[in-house]
Design a protein around this ligand. Structure first.
Ligand SMILES: Nc1ncnc2c1ncn2[C@@H]1O[C@H](COP(=O)(O)OP(=O)(O)OP(=O)(O)O)[C@@H](O)[C@H]1O
Length: 237
C-alpha cells in the first residue's frame, strides 16, 4: 500500500509533536530490594490529546510521570518531547527544557503559601526565564480558568478546587508542550472534579498540549481522549 502525502505528514507530526516513550524501563532501589517500576513502556501522546493513566497503587503511574517529566532518567529506553531526545540533553539544558516546555500539576495544587494567585503565575514565568516562549498573559489566563476575580488571594484563602485551578493556570502560563498531572481531583468533590478535568481537556485541545493525567477517579474519564492502564509497570490500552 502506498502512503499519501497527507498520511505521511500525519505520521510525522504524531511522532515528532508531543511525548514519545520507547521501550522505557525503570528499576528502583538497590541490592536485593530492586523494583521494576516501569517495564518496557511504549507510549505516544500527541499534542492536543488528554491521556488518562489509571491502575492500582504501586503499578508505576508516578514513575511514568517522573520519567516523562525528565525528573528521573529511566534505566533504559528513550524519551522524546517534540522530537527532542530528552536524555541526550546534558544537565543545564535538560533542566531548561523542564522549566520551559513541561508543566506539572500536583494533587494539592502545590502553590507557594506566601504568593497571591497572580504572583504564582508571574513567578512561574520568571523562573522559566526569558529564553523560552513569551508565555501567556497571567491575568487573561486566570480569567480563562475562572479565577480572575480571586487573583489577589493567597492559597489559604482559596478552596481546594480554586487552588487546583490556579495550579493548572500556573502550569500553563509558560505554554508547555507537555502537561503532567498527578491526581488532580483527589481532594475535590464530584462537581469540582468534573470542572477541573473539563478545564484540563479544554486547555489541552485549544492550546495543543500533550497532557498525561494520572487518576484513580473513574468518574472523570469521560472527559479524556484516551485511557491506558498500568499494572506491574506495564501499560495496556
Ligand atoms: N525510591 C524508590 N525506591 C524503591 N522503590 C520505589 C521507589 N519509589 C517507588 N518505588 C516502587 O516502585 C513501584 C512503582 O511506584 P509508583 O509510585 O510509580 O506507583 P503508583 O502507581 O504511582 O502508586 P500510587 O497510586 O500508590 O501513587 C512500587 O512498587 C513502589 O513501591
Amino acid at each position: 500500500m502506498t502512503n499519501t502525502a497527507e498520511q505521511l505528514a500525519g505520521r510525522a507530526s504524531r511522532t515528532t509533536e508531543g511525548l514519545a516513550l520507547e521501550h522505557v524501563s525503570l528499576t528502583l532501589g538497590d541490592g536485593d530490594s530492586t523494583v521494576t517500576a516501569l517495564d518496557d513502556v511504549d507510549l505516544t501522546v500527541p499534542r492536543g490529546e488528554l491521556l488518562a493513566v489509571v491502575g492500582p497503587s504501586g503499578s508505576g503511574k508516578s514513575s511514568l510521570l517522573a520519567v516523562a517529566g525528565a525528573l528521573i532518567a529511566p534505566t533504559s529506553g528513550a524519551v522524546h518531547l517534540d522530537g527532542v531526545d530528552v536524555l541526550a540533553l546534558k544537565g543545564g539544558r535538560q533542566a531548561a527544557l523542564r522549566r520551559e516546555r513541561i508543566g506539572f500539576v500536583f494533587q494539592s495544587g502545590n502553590l507557594l503559601p506566601a504568593l497571591t494567585a497572580m504572583d504564582q503565575l508571574r513567578f512561574a514565568l520568571h523562573v522559566a526565564g526569558v529564553r523560552g516562549t513569551p508565555g501567556r498573559d497571567p491575568r487573561d489566563l486566570l480569567e480563562q480558568v475562572g479565577m480572575g476575580h480571586k487573583a489577589g488571594r493567597r492559597p489559604h484563602e482559596l478552596s481546594g478546587g480554586e487552588r487546583q485551578r490556579v495550579g493548572i493556570a500556573r502550569a500553563l502560563v509558560t505554554t508547555p508542550g507537555l502537561l503532567l498531572v498527578d491526581e488532580p481531583t483527589a481532594a475535590l468533590d464530584r462537581a469540582r472534579s468534573h470542572e477541573v478535568v473539563e478545564l484540563l481537556a479544554a486547555e489541552t485541545h485549544e492550546h495543543g498540549v500533550a497532557t498525561v493525567m494520572v487518576t484513580h477517579d473513574h468518574d472523570v474519564l469521560e472527559h479524556c481522549d484516551r485511557v491506558v492502564e498500568m499494572e506491574d509497570g506495564r501499560l495496556s490500552a
